[in-house]
Design a protein around this ligand. Structure first.
Ligand SMILES: C[S@@+](CC[C@H](N)C(=O)[O-])C[C@H]1O[C@@H](n2cnc3c(N)ncnc32)[C@H](O)[C@@H]1O
Length: 247
């Protein structure tokens, strides 16, 4: 019997950035990512996009719902030799990126811009431009981790539409919606997760994805994009999309 997708508000999203319970839950996320193997999944997927790196300017990468930027930093360490110049925008509706985090990226040659914004407003704004210039808002790559599953219906469609209109590549790593992930989410306490994370982990699995659900929702003309939707590790579900011909 397959699980129906249920999207509900997560507790972390209703807490202020400086709420101790929110701080605890964001620290828990690091353990959750270790248990899910997210960094390895991301690193492997992003390595495959190496061919499309521009040689005359930095690679422009946007992470939606980036949180404090810690997950991507681990990936940046692995990618930096192949991706030495990156302009990375970390977008989240809460201001969570510390100066220390920005400096850690800078040591790798990655220039980080924090964008505090609601991703739905970002998606709806047709006039969005790069934070540090007047160039049109196009990204070589947009990334989302544990983020898309917050959305459904017209909101999810709006996000995917905007992503396809503004990028040449997209990678999402989300919770896999199946019984194994659900069982795993109920065991989040075993890795030391607090109450907020224990509850959100279960909600996230119910809101997660499976099979070709994201491919079905992908709004662009399919032969303009190479799309690979797959299960990764024990608990993750990924979508990797690359524009085949450059616009
Ligand atoms: C589960 S956390 C994942 C954080 C990070 N991507 C990671 O994997 O560690 C989801 C993040 O999405 C952000 N978020 C949720 N809804 C958002 C929205 N509408 N616009 C921007 N950020 C949002 C939250 O603030 C939170 O930082």
């Amino acid at each position: 019997m397959s699980m129906r997708r249920i999207v509900g508000p997560e507790i972390l999203d209703g807490l202020a950035a400086d709420d101790p319970a929110a701080r605890r839950s964001r620290r828990d996320l690091r353990r959750v990512h270790r248990a899910m193997g997210t960094r390895t999944i991301l690193r492997r997927a992003l390595h495959r996009t190496t061919a499309s790196i521009p040689d005359n300017r930095p690679l422009r990468v946007l992470e939606l719902g980036a949180g404090d930027g810690n997950l991507m930093l681990g990936v940046a360490h692995a990618l930096a030799p192949a991706w030495p110049r990156v302009e990375l925008t970390l977008l989240d509706r809460q201001a969570l990126v510390s100066l220390e985090m920005i400096e850690n990226y800078a040591r790798l040659g990655w220039n980080v811009v924090e964008q505090v914004a609601d991703a739905l407003e970002w998606a709806a704004s047709a006039t969005d431009s790069l934070p540090n210039g007047n160039e049109p808002a196009r990204w070589d790559l947009i990334v989302a981790n544990l983020f898309l599953h917050h959305f459904e219906g017209t909101q999810l469609a709006l996000l995917l539409n905007s992503i396809t209109a503004r990028s040449n590549g997209f990678f999402a790593c989300e919770p896999r919606r199946n019984w194994i992930s659900l069982a795993g989410s109920h065991l989040a306490g075993l890795i030391g997760a607090g109450a907020v994370t224990r509850e959100d982990a279960v909600l996230s699995v119910h809101a997660g994805f499976r099979d070709k659900e994201l491919t079905t929702l992908w709004p662009a003309v399919h032969d303009e994009w190479r799309i690979h939707e797959y299960s990764a590790g024990l608990f993750s579900h990924c979508l990797h999309a690359e524009r085949v011909g450059r616009p």
